[in-house]
Design a protein around this ligand. Structure first.
Ligand SMILES: Cc1cc2nc3c(=O)[nH]c(=O)nc-3n(C[C@H](O)[C@H](O)[C@H](O)COP(=O)(O)OP(=O)(O)OC[C@H]3O[C@@H](n4cnc5c(N)ncnc54)[C@H](O)[C@@H]3O)c2cc1C
Length: 298
């Protein structure tokens, strides 16, 4: 199977530890781990996996994932090479699904284009940011998307408008339907380079002060519940610093679960469940993880 996918143009590793590919720095082995540098290779690999009935997971930068210590069966695919390209045309920018969102925000600023300042500190890929409708400081991807090019297995490539993407809070059509974000076109506004750069620097400083960036994490662990803030509910439940093994509710920002060094995915999972239970008891809110749980935990 690995040989066949290599022949299609994918680089294939077997039993690759997922802790090397997630910002939580946890996760057991992926049976097959493939990096895919161009479209033809991607389509051939996907067709082959479908024909053999092998499940696949499309990995972005692994910054919103908790992968089980038991690892993942099937294939993990990551877009590289051509999929990392970024091209500007006037106020529009087209970026591949594998491009870094932080790099995209920095390149937009170099081109004196405003609209992606909010995204400059989000450590995901363009694909992951579109799937999650990533957002911060009042901005979110949905505000700048013109169109998205998606490969739907069995259907082929379709170009969806922003409306057709069904964006919502940390939601898009790719949360409802399996597909691969190949590229996205964003519409930005021309602005003054210095103003854009200053805004990026200001937001970076805010993150540095408020978030535990010195530790491995997946950002905010829980979604923001209607009418409340997850971090405040967790802090009010007295859970700042609460730990299971090396998994810990950050003292600096209770909305973040951090890996203090040698946490197992099972520790982080148990901590998430315990936080949910205690916050439900103290506030009546059932927190929903924003982090995607992959593999078996129970
Ligand atoms: C320190 C830190 C700060 C963070 N701050 C923020 C923040 O301010 N706002 C915010 O919204 N998030 C934040 N996050 C969370 C995370 O960075 C975002 O959710 C990001 O958009 C995830 O992108 P990713 O490429 O890492 O996706 P992954 O975590 O790899 O995957 C997330 C989902 O996207 C899917 N996916 C990825 N690429 C594709 C593709 N090409 N096609 C189809 N599906 C794909 C995956 O299958 C998965 O379902 C933060 C994380 C960290 C570690």
């Amino acid at each position: 199977m690995a040989e066949k996918c290599r022949a299609f143009g994918a680089e294939v590793l077997q039993n690759e530890p997922m802790r090397k590919h997630t910002t939580f720095r946890v996760g057991g082995p992926a049976e097959l781990f493939m990096t895919i540098p161009q479209r033809e290779a991607l389509f051939r690999v996907l067709d082959f996996l479908k024909e053999k009935d092998i499940p696949f997971f499309l990995l972005g930068n692994g910054s919103n994932l908790l992968v089980s210590d038991r690892g993942l069966s099937g294939a993990v695919l990551q877009l590289t090479g051509d999929f990392e390209q970024i091209g500007f045309q006037g106020a529009c920018v087209t970026a591949g699904g594998g491009a870094s969102l932080m790099r995209l925000a920095a390149r937009a600023a170099e081109h004196s284009l405003s609209g992606l300042e909010f995204a400059s500190g989000i450590p995901g890929s363009v694909g992951g940011a579109i799937v999650m409708n990533a957002g911060a400081y009042g901005g979110e991807m949905a505000q700048v998307v013109e169109s998205a090019e998606i490969y739907f297995p069995g259907e082929g490539v379709r170009v969806l408008s922003c409306g057709e993407m069904r964006f919502g809070y940390r939601h898009s059509i790719l949360k409802e339907k399996e597909g691969v974000l190949l590229s996205v076109t964003l519409r930005l506004q021309s602005g003054e380079k210095k103003t854009i750069m200053d805004k990026i620097a200001e937001l970076k400083e805010q993150r540095r002060q408020k978030q535990p960036l010195e530790y491995a994490s997946a950002g905010s662990t829980f979604k923001r519940p209607e009418g409340a803030f997850a971090g405040k509910l967790i802090a009010d439940a007295g859970l700042k610093g609460f730990s299971i093994g090396d998994a810990c509710v950050s003292e600096k920002h209770a909305g973040f679960v951090i890996n203090k060094g040698n946490a197992a995915a099972a520790d982080i999972y148990s901590l998430i469940r315990e936080v949910q239970k205690r916050v439900l008891q103290t506030s009546g809110y059932m927190l929903e993880p924003e982090v995607i749980l992959l593999g078996e935990f129970e």
